[in-house]
Design a protein. Structure first.
Ligand code: KIV
Length: 263
């Protein structure tokens, strides 16, 4: 996918949108060479790449550096950069400074969590010529208020509130919305109600597309096995095996061979 227009076109054609996260140049190169439609430089970088317990620890410096690295690796893909924790809640100036930095680092759009209290800001970013992706349901930056990483929108009131938020985000100008960890039926209803595409994670099969954290689909953390992740590789074990093989070759002095050495 080359531009924001492709999102709407794909929904109109009934074609699913695939998105993965990437945070660095080497993985972005592989994603760039794959059929995956677009890349999210998510604030999950703070957990996956920096070892923090939540995305609360991501800041603009962190996100800017990751967006820059990904843009170098996958210049041909549409890149969405995450606005980190509180960067959109301090002031309009801080928000726009953050958007500016992510866009100059190579993002083609930004993603903001939540709706209530920031619809004017979202509309302002959109009016400034920058595509905005929304994010509803389990919004990890609010993990402390949500009481943990839990499925959202289970009660009728909560479902209604997420549906209203989705409509407000569309009205504010979002080009797409991530729906994270909400019941399938609610995700389907939102997807059918909105004109813009939804991209689901842990929200069932009826969204307009799906996103997974790259390291999750590659099986890079054997201890993390949520229900909504499908592993396409046992990456942790495979990489460990390769390292052990190198270690063994070094210790047995079977590496390097003559052909791997300079004369
Ligand atoms: O930061 C992230 O990786 C995300 C996805 C889980 C949607 O926001």
């Amino acid at each position: 996918m080359k531009s924001v227009l492709d999102f709407q076109n794909k929904k109109a054609l009934g074609e699913a949108i695939s998105m993965v996260t990437s945070y660095d140049t080497w993985s972005a190169r592989i994603v760039g060479d794959s059929a995956i439609d677009c890349i999210l430089v998510g604030d999950s970088a703070s957990m996956v790449m920096h070892g923090y317990p939540s995305t609360v620890h991501a800041d603009l410096n962190m996100m800017e550096a990751h967006v820059r690295a990904v843009a170098k690796g996958a210049p041909q893909k549409f890149i969405i950069g995450d606005i980190p924790f509180l960067a959109h809640r301090k002031s309009r100036e801080t928000l726009m400074e953050g958007v500016d930095r992510l866009m100059k680092a190579g993002a083609h759009s930004v993603k903001l969590e939540g709706a209530k209290g920031q619809l004017d800001d979202i509309a302002y970013i959109v009016e400034s010529g920058i595509p905005v992706m929304g994010h509803l349901g389990l919004t990890p930056q609010s993990v402390n208020q949500l009481g943990g990483f839990k499925v959202q929108g289970k009660s009728e009131d909560a479902a209604q509130s997420i549906m209203e938020d989705a409509k407000s985000l569309e009205k504010a100008g979002c080009f797409s919305i991530v729906l994270e960890c909400i019941p399938s039926a609610l995700a389907e209803e939102i997807t059918n109600t909105l004109e813009i595409p939804t991209i689901g994670i842990g929200s069932g099969p009826h969204t307009s597309g799906q996103v997974l954290v790259l390291q999750d689909l590659l099986g890079m953390d054997p201890s993390f096995q949520p229900k909504f992740v499908r592993r396409y590789l046992e990456g942790y074990d495979l990489i460990k095996e390769a390292m052990n093989q190198f270690d063994s070759d070094v210790k047995s002095k079977s590496f390097p061979l003559k052909k791997e050495s300079f004369v």
